[in-house]
Design a protein around this ligand. Structure first.
Ligand SMILES: [Zn+2]
Length: 251
């Protein structure tokens, strides 16, 4: 964890280039928690871009989070989720960098807190509003699951998860791939019910969590995004995630 007064903060960037100012206010407790947390989250995830300050903010947030109530922890995870997922924009962070080490330290600190919220604070999670629940579920996916999947789902939020993108290596591609219409070339994954505790299978717990929240936006397309596509042109079978990532990379 890098001290807030260290010179490196002057070299880090965020959307407003003032992440350390907001982090300082948050940690000092002098400002309203939700208000400042929302500003900091937006400062670090504007347009779902990666900002170097995110990596250095996370270890501080992980320590700070321990002092919060379960309600506040849930809010924090929802607000910082997009910034964490944005580490997968472009080609991801190169390992063996200080940025990467800070990011890992932050995630190592946040992981047990998110696991605890999901396993032991069901009432708190259930009592939150639908938007906060959805943000928490996506944030939990960014912390506990495949960060690239979280990044993709944040991107698809722009289409309300009704449309995705798809591309096969043979050249076939579809910019407006109609997930909401359950296209015939995509075989849905069978996602088993969740026991409310195990976090071993991402599709199972993520889908189970959204199901508990009564989500009607992301949940219906999850069997498809975790499903298998058969290319309409060449017949090659691939996970839908592969189609989606190829489109983002190549088109
Ligand atoms: Zn193909």
């Amino acid at each position: 964890m890098v001290d807030l007064n260290a010179p490196v903060w002057k070299t880090l960037y965020s959307a407003g280039n003032d992440a350390e100012k907001w982090l300082g206010r948050l940690l000092s407790g002098e400002a309203e928690f939700r208000e400042v947390m929302e500003i900091l989250g937006e400062d670090l995830s504007h347009q779902l871009s990666w900002y170097s300050a995110t990596a250095y903010v996370l270890p501080h947030l992980a320590v700070f989070c321990k002092k919060l109530s379960p309600e506040e922890r849930m809010f924090l995870v929802g607000q910082i989720g997009p910034a964490i997922a944005a580490a997968e924009s472009e080609n991801g962070l190169p390992p063996d960098t200080e940025d990467f080490r800070e990011l890992q330290e932050g995630l190592d600190g946040l992981r047990p807190l998110v696991q605890d919220l999901i396993r032991n604070h069901q009432d708190t999670l259930d009592a939150a509003g639908p938007e906060e629940q959805q943000m928490f579920a996506l944030g939990a996916l960014a912390v506990l699951g495949n960060r690239r999947h979280a990044y993709d789902l944040f991107l698809l939020s722009a289409y309300c998860w009704e449309e995705g993108h798809a591309a096969c290596a043979c050249g076939w591609n579809n910019e407006c791939f109609p997930l909401g219409e359950k296209p015939g070339c995509l075989k849905p994954a069978g996602i088993a019910p969740w026991d409310g505790q195990s976090l071993a299978d991402e599709a199972v717990w993520f889908s189970g969590l959204l199901s508990r929240f009564g989500d009607e936006e992301i949940l219906p397309v999850l069997p498809l995004v975790y499903g298998t596509g058969t290319c309409p042109e060449c017949g090659k079978e691939e996970p839908y995630w592969t189609w989606l990532d190829r489109f983002m990379k190549d088109y």
